[in-house]
Design a protein around this ligand. Sequence first.
Ligand code: SF4
Length: 278
Amino acid sequence: MPWTMPWREGAARTDCRHILALSGGKDSSALAVYLRDKIPHLEYVFCDTEKELQETYDYLAKLEEYLGIQITRIKAAQGFDFYLQMFSGVLPNPTTRWCTRLLKLKPYERFIGDDPVISYVGIRADEPERQGYISGKPGVTTVFPFAEDGLVKSDIIRILEDCGLGLPSYYQWRSRSGCFFCFFQQHREWVGLLEKHPELFEQAQAYEKIDPHTGERFTWIAGESLAELCRPERVARIKQEYEARCLREAKKFASNQRLCDLWDNEDDQELACLICSI
Ligand code: SF4
């Protein structure tokens, strides 16, 4: 993993800004707790797509209260719906990721400006394959305190539990933070959205379209619309498959492991955008 200076050396620098981008996920939140007394002028920022789960907003508010900090909320100049129209209704997907670029990265780069910055990223020591956000801007140095200090997932959970914050509540049914309609969601997470937030599921469904001329389908999941996914027999099958998978996975882990332990071991985990989900 490329970093250009040891993070503790960087933390001592007074000639630059120190910034931690929070996603509302467990790793960046734990990093905020971890760095609290180590970096006096750390700036906390959250790129709000305005399509996040209420649980994420609530968790960030809890974090602010616990740390006694103010998280700067930043937004893109235009919202998701504007850009969707600009892209002629073509939904973002894991290849184009226009939403990450326009709703997360661009506002973050604008927030940084041309200042020299040390950007703190919560990649852990047990996920060396993941790549953090590394700005193309010349003045930005990205550092990885958890990876450097050897902290793994169990350490991150301990940090959050010891301080009383615990995990964000959406981890009961979803593996990562981000927009409620995020295309990185897996089938069972869509089912979770359907059951926990039926109104958001409906909103996500309303974005899906079939081109009346070409018959082309614009869906969040390749090859399956949400209207198809939410049929009772399909939901039952998704749950069955998930339970079977959990049983298989549980054999590899101690019985008291959490859902996020299982999810963290799934193949597509590192594909998700880190600024959205770490
Ligand atoms: S959370 Fe998902 S949908 Fe939202 S900006 Fe990130 S990649 Fe796009």
